[in-house]
Design a protein around this ligand. Structure first.
Ligand code: REX
Length: 414
């Protein structure tokens, strides 16, 4: 069953933002190595037809369903095609919830930056000041962890070296944070503290531990009280170690490494392997609201938002801040947010510099590099409009260092 919807409507999000009170006492801190973003320019009109074409291509490339929601200064556009459930044939829709993977990292970073705003955390203090003896090097700071410059090895490299067996081995497991950190510490570190960007989920496991240590509460409670409740996000949950996605959701399908093998329904899992690095559930609407609020300065003080956007190079068209990615698009515009990959779901949540335009998209399949590259083009349609070069040329081949880095990704999956 196939369905297509492109709708324009009116969104009302501004009123509830006024509920947020942000402390503004935080002093600017020492700069990390930075890379300048291309200068901000007026955004071209979104290309909704282009967005729609990207989603159709995603389906041809192996996603049972794909959808996107674009919000632009009060106007809302959404598009969806394909199915949420291959067994029942139920049509996918933007009201379906899904697993957002590493977009979770922004939630964890926001909580920590709010704690910095409250004077409870210093970004340049060693992690070991707050979690004595956790890390083998006192030089590793909170900033290093949040910008993937700690050198802590990514334990998911080994965990998911074989995609389906790796997933099945952990889908019902419950890990403690310490068990995950221990898996990382068994391997040599990838950089000196403060060295080059080297993506690792371990960093955001440490972020979760910091949140729990500094607040005395579970990350779930902190996400809830600091982000979900104030922004009235009705589709956003942190479910751990439960395996189910609450309410109406799209199922997620994992592509096996063997070409031609049947997709594996990966919907139910604890996501304990990721937790504060990747276990949040949300919807395209909530992600638009979240990114707009963050970039619009409604979740942290301006000083902490500036910290979040001290960029380190992370590839030719990307940079990384603190739990935040910057992607530099073909038209010279940069967008800010995160990509996510957990088994069965590729997700994308980005906004313009001022937060006034936001795009959230998801394909309900993963471990398919061709599909991932296609879905990245939703950003081009949303923020470059008809100027997007990507529409005129074949999809660029991205490196996949951040999708289980060091692990082969199935590029040819159909
Ligand atoms: C886990 C394996 C990939 C996925 C991973 N995900 O590290 C984090 C994430 C949480 O969302 N990262 C994104 C599996 C990309 C980011 O930070 O931007 N792949 C799959 C394999 C490959 O198992 N052998 O594709 O489902």
């Amino acid at each position: 069953m196939v369905s297509a919807t492109v709708v324009r409507g009116t969104a009302v999000t501004a009123a509830l933002m006024s509920l947020l009170v942000v402390p503004a006492h935080a002093a600017p801190q020492r700069a990390a190595a930075t890379t300048a973003a291309p200068s901000a320019r007026a955004l071209p009109k979104p290309d909704v037809d282009g967005l729609w074409e990207v989603l159709r291509t995603a389906r041809r490339q192996g996603a049972p369903g794909a959808m996107a929601r674009l919000e632009d200064r009060g106007a809302v556009y959404w598009a969806a095609t394909g199915v949420a459930d291959r067994r029942t044939g139920r049509t996918i829709s933007n009201s379906d919830r899904f697993r957002i993977g590493s977009v979770t990292k922004i939630f964890s970073a926001v909580v920590l930056l709010q704690l910095a705003d409250e004077g409870k955390l210093k970004l340049d203090a060693p992690v070991n000041r707050y979690l004595p003896g956790l890390l083998p090097d006192d030089r590793i700071t909170v900033r290093h962890v949040l910008s993937h410059r700690s050198g802590l090895y990514d334990y998911t490299n080994d965990m998911f070296a074989r995609t389906v067996p790796g997933f099945e081995a952990v889908r019902s497991k419950v890990f403690t944070y310490r068990q995950l950190v221990k898996r990382s510490l068994g391997k040599p570190r990838t950089t000196e503290p403060g060295g080059a960007y080297s993506y690792s989920n371990t960093n955001f496991v440490v972020a979760g531990m910091l949140i729990e240590k500094l607040t005395g509460r579970a990350v779930r409670t902190e996400y809830q009280n600091r982000i979900i409740k104030p922004l009235e996000l009705r589709d956003t949950f942190y479910v751990h170690p439960g395996k189910k996605i609450p309410g109406r959701h799209t199922r997620g399908y994992l592509t096996p490494d063997t070409a031609g093998a049947a997709l594996v329904d990966a919907t139910e899992q604890t996501v304990s392997w990721a937790q504060s690095a990747g276990a949040v559930i949300s919807s395209t609407r909530d992600l638009n609201t979240f990114l707009s609020a963050l970039l619009g300065g409604r979740l942290t003080s301006p000083a902490q938002l500036a910290q979040m956007q001290r960029w380190v190079p992370a590839g030719s068209t990307q940079a990384y801040g603190l739990g935040l990615r910057r992607r530099d698009l073909s038209c010279g515009t940069s967008v800010y947010g995160h990509t996510g990959a957990v088994q069965g779901y590729y997700s994308y949540a980005f906004a313009s510099k001022d937060g006034k335009r936001s795009l959230a998209a998801v394909a309900n399949a993963s471990n398919n590099g061709t599909l991932h590259n296609t879905m990245l083009r939703t950003l081009e349609s949303a923020f470059c409009g008809k100027q997007a070069e990507a529409r005129k040329r074949p999809a660029t081949v991205e490196r996949h260092e951040d999708v289980a880095p060091g692990v082969p990704v199935n590029r040819d999956a159909r």
